[in-house]
Ligand binder design. Structure first.
Ligand code: BES
Ligand code: MN
Ligand code: ZN
Length: 506
């Protein structure tokens, strides 16, 4: 994303200008022909309402062939979330008229955001919006060419003294958005293309290409190592599939030696058929995204290591495919987990908690983490409760909760605490024959799942559980997410949390 000065702009195919709802232009324009062309709409039809757009063709302007006016509503209250959406809107409209290059955004004046925040948000919005997924399309239509090509709008500033920080903001935005898109692409890969070994391979490729490569320690446990470490949950869930399960361990220790690491744990079910407790077909359609938690923690790890931050961070991913077969676990089977606890598997579709249990045990017994966060498309109940709007949040630590709420606020993702009444919910997962069972029934399904996980969090480790079943997948485009599918929600919250809270204690 290039950054420059508005005063140097010339011969652009398109220039994007923002207007607030008092019909006030948010950029100083001196070129008379450009000024002329936008004067009449600004006096009349164009109100500057949120996301209102108008394309004008100035008569012989040396600056731009086209001017796209976009309304912002109230400038003062604009959030970075809205700036991302405006960046996406600009790209959307310009691509629709066939602009594919040589276009720019004039960064608006009068917001509460710094030039660096604005540059970051405009960059993120453009990149996140344009993620496509056409690798399985054999017919690439000529008329879609402009839409397929990535448009990168230069960012133009009025003030020379802001150039450096805007450049830094744009560079940061590019890393973050590219890494979020990396995860979204993995999430959208079909289960037949992305099974556990492939997730391992993609992780290996990511590490090999990292600018922090020499500082990352990676392990990929196969079946033998899972057996040696008694990972009964991961092995149990994986045993019904032809694709064996794995456990991914990424360590990056670049903070102070005395600082305990943050450990991120992600659910990596590459396809969830339900197992022998088979899902109905409609519920299975999107279950390739049951590894969204794993892609999210890997992407958060990628952001931190791409930015070369001085923190201590571990990412753990248990990954398996949940399939029915003659080898599959049966309803009623009892698994012995890595912690030694026994679990009666009454519903093989409640598999996420089984693989997370081993990973959480490992996280909280191997490391002395300052915090552990697990991320999972864990329960339909969470999706029912909050829809696409929020990450369902459970924690055992109030300070950690408030740090996470702050981090989410910083990047405008919604985290929402869900009920945690242990007295009620713990009883619901008692088993007659084993220590606990893997389902508490329909009622309070997100909460009983969280109570289940809590059994594997040792030593009072500050721990948070993100249920992204609802927000991990968008049924239709929204804001700056330009297409149906993986949203990437939770990644920027985790990265922000690690960046700004990794040196605190809870
Ligand atoms: N992966 C699903 C949860 C899910 C459902 C994610 C819908 C996204 C959208 C999970 O493994 C699952 O099947 N959970 C069961 C648990 C139940 C059997 C206790 C559920 O939520 O129905
Ligand atoms: Mn399931
Ligand atoms: Zn699942």
């Amino acid at each position: 994303m290039s950054v420059g000065l508005i005063s140097n702009a010339k011969a652009l195919d398109a220039l994007v200008l923002f207007v607030e709802d008092s019909q006030k232009l948010l950029t100083k324009i001196t070129d008379p022909s450009l000024q002329n062309s936008i004067q009449r709409p600004l006096k009349n039809d164009f109100k500057g309402r949120w996301k209102e757009t108008l394309l004008v063709y100035p008569e012989k302007s040396p600056i731009a062939e086209r001017v796209l006016l976009i309304g912002v509503g109230k400038t003062k209250s604009l959030t970075a979330h809205q700036i991302r959406t405006l960046g996406a809107t600009a790209v959307h409209h310009l691509k629709n008229v066939g602009v594919t290059k040589n276009a720019a955004i004039a960064i608006p004046a009068g917001t509460k955001l710094s030039s660096s925040e604005l540059a970051q948000a405009f960059t993120e919005g453009q990149i996140l919006f344009q993620l496509g997924f056409d690798r399985f399309k054999t017919e690439k239509k000529e008329e879609d060419k402009a839409r397929r090509e990535k448009l990168s709008l230069a960012l133009l500033l009025s003030d020379k003294k802001d150039l450096k920080i805007a450049e830094a903001g744009a560079a940061r935005g590019k890393i973050i958005a590219d890494d979020v898109n990396w995860a979204r692409t993995l999430i959208q890969l079909p289960g037949g293309d992305l099974y556990p070994e492939k997730l391992v391979e993609e992780t290996q490729k990511m590490v090999a290409a990292s600018p922090s490569k020499s500082k990352i320690k990676a392990q990929y446990w196969n079946t033998k190592e899972l057996e040696k470490n008694k990972f009964g949950g991961v092995l149990g869930v994986g045993q019904g599939s032809n694709h064996p399960p794995y456990f991914i361990i990424l360590e990056y220790f670049q903070g102070k030696k005395s600082d305990a690491p943050v450990v991120l744990v992600g659910k990596g079910i590459t396809f969830d058929s339900g197992g022998l407790s088979l899902k109905p077909p409609a519920s299975m359609e999107t279950m390739k995204y049951d590894m969204a938690g794993s892609a999210s923690v890997l992407a958060a790890f990628k952001i931190i290591t791409d930015l070369k931050l001085k923190v201590n961070l571990v990412a753990l991913v248990p990954t398996a495919e949940n399939m029915p077969s003659g080898h599959a676990i049966r309803p009623g089977d009892v698994l012995r987990m890595a912690s030694g606890k026994t679990v009666e598997v009454l519903n093989t579709d409640a598999e996420g908690r089984l693989i997370l249990a081993d990973a959480l045990h490992y996280a909280t017994s191997k490391y002395k983490p300052k915090a552990v966060i697990d991320v999972a498309t864990l329960t339909g109940a969470c999706a029912v409760a909050v829809g696409e709007a929020a990450v369902g949040l459970f924690t055992n630590n109030k300070k950690l909760e408030s740090a996470l709420m702050n981090a989410a606020g910083e990047v405008q993702e919604n985290l929402w605490p869900l009920p945690d009444f242990e007295d009620f919910y713990a009883a619901m997962i008692k088993s007659d024959i084993a220590d606990i069972k893997n389902t508490g029934g329909r009622e309070a399904g997100a909460s009983t799942a969280s109570i289940f996980l809590r059994h594997f969090v040792h030593n009072n480790t500050p721990w948070a559980h993100f249920d992204i079943a609802g927000c991990g997948w968008y049924d239709s485009p929204r804001d700056f997410i330009g297409s149906r599918g993986a949203s990437g929600v939770s990644i920027r919250t985790m990265a922000e949390f690690v960046e700004s809270h990794a040196t605190k204690s809870f």
